[in-house]
Design a protein around this ligand. Structure first.
Ligand SMILES: CC(C)(COP(=O)(O)OP(=O)(O)OC[C@H]1O[C@@H](n2cnc3c(N)ncnc32)[C@H](O)[C@@H]1OP(=O)(O)O)[C@@H](O)C(=O)NCCC(=O)NCCS
Length: 432
């Protein structure tokens, strides 16, 4: 059902003017229609966000909040879409891209809105080559980090410090910002690989020229030529993680740069948001769970116990996809193929068993993070680098969104539903 926009955003309306059925479809800010599923709560009751009703008019409350901004349309974007459970980048189905595109083509697509020609792709490769080495000052700082530093905290700090070494950090021209987007894309893999080696007492390996980001990252991590199958698997994982509409870290990036702060600040905010286990941190948390379970024989008792105690099973569920994450099947296939190739199917088999139980009992489907854990482990990537790898990919999406935000900027400043005390008075300290 489509409702005619009845009122403008923020206009006060009376609840009496809208019948119950219509309320369920009202999009809080724009008052346009939204999918019914967004508005129906798990218990079947309706969620009616941000309707200003009679009592609000009397001034008792000014507005009500939607917890977690669920179902709220907070920006217009032409970068990626999730419509009826289908994810596209610039209109191209993720399944098509996962099967056919390289990560560099996808990054180009996200930034420039079209797939690159051969010469445009060569041009991008040249820029990535040019920028891949990080300033020595950043490497020197990484050497000072405590050896047991959280890898995402290290990445967040190092990316923030990149700005200190970039003379164009505060140049807000579109051309300068586009170049900085490519710089960040080139430098994140170098930072993560350098961090991983430095904490083992090894010297960083300089990036190679003329190779893909997937190749370069594995090469800088180990100092060895990576196997073709590992490059292909990582490249596909990077394609799958590159962008995802208004996810938490992308929103964080957009909020930051909507103050007209610089791109480094935006990406630093995004890394901080990605770190959490409800977002990018879930892939590492999945591996922690797999390690804790130990073997396929323990899966059933572990999962039954976890569900009985209402624990969240990492790598399952999604705010937007309620019928399954379209990216998960590609990672599952990759996990199975890598398991076969290495002759070790244990992690894959455990994962499948977990999926059967969680989907069977809770109806929850695996998300992008679930099979990423077994894929990265089979590629012999240390567990705490899983979320940084997510960042290597997602920085393409973050920066595309940042550039889009700058193009048509308005400060992002929502309101809060105040639920604290009213009419309170200052009490002198002696009287408290
Ligand atoms: C992704 C996620 C944060 C979405 O959260 P959300 O939209 O706020 O959904 P909620 O956390 O409100 O969950 C809704 C219901 O499903 C349950 N649920 C959601 N994800 C669950 C999970 N992974 N395991 C068990 N139960 C889960 C919740 O307990 C809740 O049940 P209730 O209504 O009985 O209380 C959530 O599914 C989650 O925490 N997943 C695990 C972390 C993860 O994999 N994150 C990566 C996302 S790509």
């Amino acid at each position: 059902m489509l409702l005619e926009p009845m009122v403008r955003c923020g206009e006060i309306i009376s609840e009496k003017n809208i019948n119950d059925a219509d309320k369920a479809f009202l999009c809080p800010y724009l008052f346009t229609s939204v999918p019914k599923s967004f508005m129906i709560k798990g218990d079947g009751t309706k969620r009616i966000p941000f309707i200003v009703n009679e009592s609000h008019v009397k001034g008792e409350r000014t507005m009500t909040a939607t917890k977690g901004l669920e179902g709220i349309v907070a920006a217009a974007s032409s970068i990626s879409s999730i419509i009826d459970g289908v994810l596209t980048y610039r209109g191209i189905d993720i399944d098509d891209l996962a099967e056919n595109a390289t990560f560099e083509e996808v990054a180009y697509l996200l930034w420039y809105g079209k797939l690159p020609t051969r010469s445009e792709l060569d041009g991008l490769q040249k820029q990535l080559d040019e920028f891949a080495a990080v300033p020595q000052g950043v490497i020197d700082q990484i050497k000072l980090y405590p050896k047991d530093t959280n890898s995402m905290a290290a990445l967040r700090t190092a990316v923030s410090s990149l700005a200190l070494y970039d003379a164009s950090a505060n140049d807000m021209s579109p051309e300068a910002n586009q170049v900085k987007a490519i710089k960040l894309q080139a430098q994140l893999p170098t930072i993560i690989a350098a961090f991983a080696r430095i904490r083992q007492g090894l010297e960083p390996v300089a990036p190679k020229q003329g190779v893909s980001i997937a190749y370069n990252f594995l090469y800088m991590l180990t100092g060895k030529e990576p196997a073709e199958v590992a490059i292909k698997a990582l490249d596909q994982a990077l394609v799958l993680h590159a962008d995802h509409e208004l996810n938490a870290s992308t929103f964080a990036a957009r909020v930051t740069v909507a103050t007209l702060s610089d791109i480094y600040s935006g990406v630093t905010s995004a890394i901080g948001a990605l770190k959490g286990p409800l977002h990018g941190g879930a892939n590492e948390a999945v591996m922690v769970m797999l390690e804790e379970i130990g073997s396929a024989a323990n899966v059933e008792s572990f999962i039954n116990n976890a569900l009985a105690n209402k624990y969240k099973i990492m790598g399952f569920g999604h705010r937007v996809y309620k019928n399954g994450d379209p990216r998960a099947k590609h990672l599952q296939k990759m996990s199975r193929e890598l398991g076969k190739l290495t002759g070790n199917m244990e992690l894959y088999e455990m994962s499948v068993k977990i999926e059967e139980l969680v989907t069977g009992q809770k109806g929850l489907k695996p998300n992008v993070d679930f099979y990423s854990a077994s894929v990265y482990t089979t590629l012999e990537i240390p567990r705490d680098l899983f979320t940084p790898i997510f960042a290597i990919s997602r920085v393409s999406g973050w920066s595309a969104h940042i550039l889009e935000q700058y193009q048509d900027n308005r400060l992002i400043r929502p309101r809060a539903d105040y639920v604290g005390p009213v009419n309170a008075k200052y009490i002198p300290i002696e009287q408290r």
